[in-house]
Design a binder for this molecule. Structure first.
Ligand code: TEU
Length: 535
């Protein structure tokens, strides 16, 4: 296994709550992952990224961590976790975990100590407590909103029973933000990295990597748009101070043999700002959310691909590509609608009134895989996308657990629709999110038997990508095409053609067809289809 594996890897996201259930309680767990390592090896992925599996009250599906040095009992034991790491390595699969530096759980011992210690105590300085505004401190210290809706501040009752200070939580109240100007915070997270690196973990995905530090004085957001990082400086997104943290983390990762790696979850829309996170002495890669948020349209995707490759080349980092994850509506469903130019990546963005064409979404998703897997660098596969799973858009309101649902006043259905457990044999009545009856047609055992299934397309694509020189890291050049077609040459004469239009398209001269997302028609490429060729 080369030390530079991360420059061209296919990394599979295991959302542990919904991947595989080993003990029959309806919730995914570590035994479930262990039992499905052969499936993952046959899929042909190089690594898995496991969402937080640490002790947590699960207020935000595990992104509210109590401690990093143990395993949430509902998912299994430390012994099972260490066995899983060993078994994954034996299967040729590296393991990345998830670290959540911006915040901890409200049940973290330090936050409980801060509540008990009262205003002005050193314990409170590990978090972001402030006196309220208004005559009696009855108003939040500033106007920052929570990502999930409502205010980013919650008022506490002091030990003597009177209404007291407020604490900051950019997400849920169960996720108090850590104070990154405090040395204990740095030590706490460095210890978490070392704890798992010492146990053989190959790296970490860094949650909300573009946060951590807040502007001095915690100024009001005012008319700065929450998501628009174009406004510099933004009071809490993409702060310059964050890069020294990642330089220190990189030194820790490089001190291991083999060196460990990081991938940043940084929702930073400007490619030039995003590229700062992957400079040679910082993180190795970062998710490419511009690609994920792009509509299925040639000019948009071409612009994102060009900007991504150019900016990452400036810092010598490999690009990454991703279509779905546990926070966005599944792309089979996104692509099943008329494509808008604005970002429409969450269920709440999908206009329920617009006509939905599931077959079109499915065809586009097949083509999108061939596009993504042919691009230079590494790519991410979200569990279930290899089955062509659509978003479950109509979960009963009473089962929704995403904090966005309640905190938005029951207007934003949140992210549960992309988190419904993977169907292995059919529908599991105990699943923690109910699987609709139609999920059964996407079950692994069903698609295993159907050589034309999405599962076999992913298996074939990842096998060809791995075994054929020219994919992964390396050269890239566009070829001339019509406006609704993209075609590019990779190394060693590998060509990818994607037809975003409806008209049949002739293919460039080629020696062989390596793989097609839909059958060619008289040697031409159908609409919403892609093909790999060798010259
Ligand atoms: O999501 C990050 C996230 O949603 C924010 O980055 C926000 O979308 C963006 O920064 C706005 O610009 C991660 C996890 O993937 C998600 O599941 C968690 O709920 C969240 O962090 C809190 O830990």
């Amino acid at each position: 296994m080369s030390n530079e594996w991360w420059r061209h890897a296919v990394i599979y996201q295991v959302y542990i709550r919904s991947f595989a259930d080993g003990d029959g309680d309806g919730l995914g767990d570590i035994e479930g992952i262990r039992s499905r390592l052969p499936y993952l090896a046959e899929l042909g992925i190089d690594a898995i990224w496991i969402n937080p599996w640490y002790p947590s009250p699960q207020a935000d599906a595990g992104y509210d961590v109590i401690t990093y040095t143990d395993i949430e009992p509902r998912f299994g034991s430390m012994a099972e976790a260490e066995a899983m790491i060993t078994e994954a390595h034996a299967a040729g699969i590296r393991v990345l975990l998830d670290i959540v530096p911006n915040h901890s759980s409200h049940l973290h011992p330090w936050f409980q100590a801060a509540l008990a210690a009262g205003p002005g105590s050193p314990e409170r300085d590990r978090f972001i407590f402030r006196d309220g505004a208004g005559e009696r401190g009855e108003l939040p210290p500033n106007d920052w909103p929570s990502c999930f809706g409502g205010s980013a501040w919650t008022r506490v009752t002091e030990p003597d029973g009177v209404p007291g200070q407020w604490y900051l939580h950019l997400f849920a109240p169960e996720q108090p933000d850590r104070n990154w100007h405090h040395p204990d915070t740095h030590a706490d997270y460095e210890a978490a990295l070392r704890f798992w690196f010492d146990r053989g973990v190959d790296g970490f995905r860094i949650d909300v990597a573009h946060s951590l530090f807040k502007a001095d004085g915690l100024p009001d957001l005012g008319d700065v748009v929450y998501e628009a990082h174009e406004t510099r400086p933004h009071p809490f997104w993409d702060p310059d101070d964050v890069h020294e943290v990642y330089r220190s983390w990189r030194r820790i990762a490089d001190s291991y043999d083999p060196p460990r790696v990081f991938v940043a979850e940084a929702w930073v829309p400007q490619p030039a700002r995003l590229a700062r996170y992957v400079r040679a002495d910082e993180l190795h890669t970062t998710f490419n959310f511009d690609f994920l948020r792009s509509p299925w349209a040639a000019p948009h995707l071409r612009g994102v691909i060009d900007a991504t490759i150019a900016e990452h080349a400036l810092v010598g980092a490999p690009p990454t590509w991703v279509l779905s994850n546990h926070d966005v509506a599944r792309h089979v469903s996104r692509f099943a609608r008329v494509q808008q130019t604005h970002a429409q990546h969450q269920l709440k963005d999908l206009d329920a009134e617009v006509e939905v064409d599931p077959d079109l979404g499915y065809r586009r998703a097949r083509a999108a895989l061939l596009l993504m897997a042919a691009l230079p660098g590494s790519c991410y596969v979200y569990q279930g996308e290899e089955l062509g799973l659509p978003e479950v858009e109509d979960l009963p309101p009473e089962v929704l657990q995403d904090p966005s649902w309640a905190r938005s006043g029951f207007t934003d259905p949140g992210r549960d629709g992309c988190r419904v457990p993977v169907p292995w044999t059919g529908v599991d009545a105990k699943a923690w999110l109910p699987q609709p009856e139609w999920f059964a047609q996407f079950a692994v055992e069903v698609e295993e038997r159907d050589r034309s299934s999405m599962l076999w397309l992913y298996r074939d694509a990842l096998r060809i990508r791995r075994d054929t020189t020219g994919f992964g890291d390396g050269p890239f050049e566009w070829l001339p095409t019509d406006s609704d077609v993209l075609a590019f040459r990779r190394g060693a004469g590998v060509i990818c053609v994607v037809n975003f239009g409806a008209r049949l398209q002739p293919l460039p001269p080629h020696r062989a067809v390596l793989l097609a997302s839909s059958p060619l028609v008289d040697g031409r490429l159908a609409g919403d289809a892609a093909v790999w060729l060798s010259e």
